[in-house]
Design a protein around this ligand. Sequence first.
Ligand code: APR
Length: 263
Amino acid sequence: MENLIERTAQHLAKCQYAVALTGAGISTESGIPDYRGPKGVWVKNPEEERKAYQIYDLFQKSPEAYWQESLENPRFKGMLKMKPNPGHYALVELEEMGILKAIVTQNIDNLHAKAGSRRVLDYHGNLAKLRCESCHSRYPVEEFDLKKIFYQERKVPLCRNCGYPLKSDVVYFGEPIPQDIATLSWEEAQKCDVMLICGTSATVYPFASLPFSAKNRPGVIIVEVNAEPTPLTQDKISDYLIQGKTGEILPQIVKRVKELKKE
Ligand code: APR
């Protein structure tokens, strides 16, 4: 483990353009369960996953029914109250050192932004935002009194730019990845010479295709930091896996990078 941390710190200290891809595993140490780990949401309650496939369809059929369901059975309750953990802060430090240029995250918990990361691409959307499917405008959710709009005004929140009904920025199963984010994320995978893949089972596409697009370029180093091996490990898409907790491993990597930078 130690020599893999050393190896990763060496790569990061020398690289031109590091990019991090993150998943639910980086937020479990903040108290947010992941989906497919031993105590994952889908593992403990497969019914939840089945229902998750129906939400986008509901919005398309009836924004009213979607907002009624969202307000009466809020999913991810309390998630936005959680706090970043040392894994998130380690990535902030790498960005402040000018090493990490972007984070592409599958997480909707807004914890990278809360920790202070500046360039974060929310590949599966962000619970703290609403989004217009028509003109792709996004708004902070706190700008809308959703309960008042729905229950008193008997309306659904509308885009201030084009008037189309808004939905959560969260990308539901079956919903396309917003084109702006998909393009920017692919570009980051094409630019990086080091890719850090932290806390993801790497099983959900198209996000899981990003490491492949980086792998195709000679000289790119792909490092996984994850509690367990993933298909990227097994298929040798990643150069190696540092197995363990992101909240413990990432700070050790950053500490060593700082020492190397001083030398
Ligand atoms: N440190 C490192 N790895 C961890 C930690 C931790 N503290 N905690 C959990 N993990 C690992 C798990 O072992 C698992 O391999 O993180 C991975 C999380 O995988 P998933 O639960 O599948 O989460 P993720 O990869 O982000 O899922 C992708 O699936 O349900 C959809 O939209 C949802 O964005 C999510 C997507």
